[in-house]
Design a protein around this ligand. Structure first.
Ligand code: DX5
Ligand code: ZN
Length: 220
């Protein structure tokens, strides 16, 4: 399994997003956290900023929507041309219909679950999704501590994906650093969001290399 490193611009300088993205050019994807102050108690950015990022980013955008009414909004974000759109299971009324709509538009369809949300109901529907995001913190803020108690759920998802033979990416998001990435990789993650550990590093490229190397040691 390849390892993907996905820096979260939530930890970047919002006044200089183009140059911040240039600092992480050796990454695989750019993770963009969209928050609405309803689904999570924080507000970040919306469609106009995503459209601007779309124009300047040399890397594909991986949108993480932490917003209510995902059935309506996820396709609207996909229409910006985003490579991947992940919405929360807790915010969708028909996750399968929404995922199908994303694929029709041409985006990869990702489904996210908060630390307290069971993944089991979705493991029979794996063919509908291109990625599962197992949150490793409560969504809303960067810089929080990795919740190791989410690892059994990640391992459960990994077992189901392996059994299915489908190429569904398993993403983790929250508190991923050189101290925690190996734990998540060993439990089955292949796509790693890292905000503060990458953008907070003096040499972001070296930090990406380090994270990639540590994760690859446990690649499944
Ligand atoms: C949190 C966001 C994360 C956040 C991760 O709700 O979904 O993507 O940027 O930040 P770190 O890596 O600092 O925990
Ligand atoms: Zn995120």
């Amino acid at each position: 399994m390849p390892v993907r490193i996905d820096p979260s611009i939530l930890a970047a300088d919002f006044a200089n997003l183009e140059s911040e993205i240039a600092r992480v050019a050796s990454a695989d994807l750019i993770h963009v956290d969209v928050m609405d102050n309803h689904f999570v108690p924080n507000l970040t950015l919306g469609i106009p900023v995503v459209e601007s990022l779309q124009r300047v980013s040399p890397l594909p955008l991986d949108l993480h929507l932490m917003i209510t009414d995902a059935d309506h909004w996820a396709p609207v974000y996909a229409e910006t041309g985003a490579y991947s759109v992940t919405f929360h299971a807790e915010a969708a009324t028909d996750a399968v219909a929404t995922a199908r709509r994303l694929r029709e538009i041409g985006a990869r369809a990702g489904l996210a679950v908060k630390p307290g949300t069971d993944i089991a109901p979705y493991l029979d529907l794996l063919a509908e999704f291109d990625m599962l995001l197992i949150m490793t913190v409560e969504p809303g803020f960067g810089g929080q501590s990795f919740m190791a108690d989410t690892m059994p759920k990640l391992a459960q998802a990994h077992a189901a994906v392996a059994k299915s033979g489908l190429d569904v990416w398993l993403q983790v998001d929250g508190g991923i650093s050189e101290k925690t990435i190996e734990i998540a990789a060993a439990a089955g993650a292949d796509t790693f969001v890292a905000g503060s550990s990458v953008f907070g590093a003096e040499n972001a490229a070296a930090q990406i290399d380090l994270l990639r190397e540590l994760a690859a040691k446990h690649s499944h």
